[in-house]
Design a protein around this ligand. Structure first.
Ligand code: ADP
Length: 305
């Protein structure tokens, strides 16, 4: 197959591993920077063009796309991917599903509609709603989360009622969009990343926050190790990625006193941490899945909303 990887940087571990896995299985692979693509939006002949060095322009054509669209270019990256979809090109994750997963509020609403367990989460616009917001998640300690947060940057723990009020008012003051969420203390700064491909969790790891930290993101100094999932956790991870309409997803789960809870479904999950922690060839599993799934033809929109 001719596989296109939409990625801004071919040197990134995940991109390199996907190239390696695809090449070793006999596929032709190209890494394409979405920001160097442009498109013509016509009904007759929708295409994606690539601006190479200087003024060299070529038309792109692939049998399958693996989108690795970073949060900073979600909008343009998804527009390029959508154009490939208009031209009937298969993509392991569709643009609509990536857009859904990037907005935490939308994602929580979609997951809630399908009964997927999550921490109690609240959202409000009005400044007068601060007290009821805090109350609705059971009071402090609580988590305040920017809806567009990645790598734990916009996830803050308010330990007291006063700190919660101050944080909420500060975020409101600067016009940020945020969620207020029950703090799952018993998770003890750990979460579980389930790497879902199709209908299966192909690898999983437990991430532990660094000392004194409550966020377990590897980018924040967290460490990762192999973990055995319960059948319930596996089912939950696969259901969450199904609801979002993703065929490749990193589903993050907290082990709470009342069962596993989904906190995030990531549409461009990194491969480095999970391959190292699990010793599983996740890149190979992705390519293997595409070989079968792409034969079923270009994607039909999966999930809703
Ligand atoms: P991001 O997308 O910015 O990584 P997450 O929602 O995944 O944001 O949160 C980052 C980390 O913060 C999680 O991996 C987890 O360790 C911790 N965390 C997030 N939400 C909660 C919560 N409600 N209770 C306890 N810890 C949380």
């Amino acid at each position: 197959m001719k596989i296109g990887i939409l990625s801004r940087n071919r040197k990134l571990y995940s991109t390199r591993r996907l190239v390696e896995a695809a090449t070793s299985r006999g596929h032709e692979v190209r890494v394409i920077d979405a920001l160097k693509c442009f498109m013509n939006i016509t009904a007759n002949d929708p295409n994606v063009y690539y601006q190479g060095k200087e003024s060299y322009v070529e038309e792109l054509s692939f049998d399958a796309i693996i989108p690795r669209i970073g949060a900073s270019i979600t909008s343009y990256g998804c527009a390029v991917l959508r154009q490939f979809e208009v031209a009937n090109t298969y993509s392991i994750n569709e643009s609509i599903a990536i857009t859904r997963s990037r907005d935490k509020l939308r994602a929580h609403q979609l997951l809630a509609r399908k009964g997927i367990g999550q921490p109690v989460t609240s959202y409000a616009h009005s400044a007068r709603a601060t007290a009821p917001l805090i109350e609705s998640v059971g009071g402090a300690p609580l988590i305040v989360k920017l809806t567009q947060s990645t790598q734990g940057n916009g996830v803050l723990l308010a330990e007291t009622q006063k700190a919660a009020e101050a944080l909420i008012n500060a975020f409101r003051g600067i016009g940020s969009d945020f969620l207020v969420q029950e703090f799952i203390k018993e998770a003890g700064g750990s979460d579980i990343r389930c790497f879902v491909v199709g209908e299966k969790v192909v690898a999983a790891m437990q991430r532990k926050a660094a000392k004194g930290e409550y966020r377990s993101n590897l980018h924040r100094g967290g460490s990762a190790e192999m973990v055995k999932l319960s059948a319930t956790e596996r089912r939950l991870a696969v259901s969450a990625s199904r609801v979002m309409g993703l065929d490749m997803a990193g589903v993050d789960i907290l082990r709470s006193a009342h069962g596993p809870l989904v906190i995030e479904v990531n549409s461009s999950p990194g491969l480095e941490g999970i391959e190292n922690a699990s010793d599983i060839d996740v890149a190979g599993k992705i390519i293997e899945y595409i070989e079968i799934d792409a034969k079923r033809g270009p994607n039909k929109p999966k999930g809703k909303g």
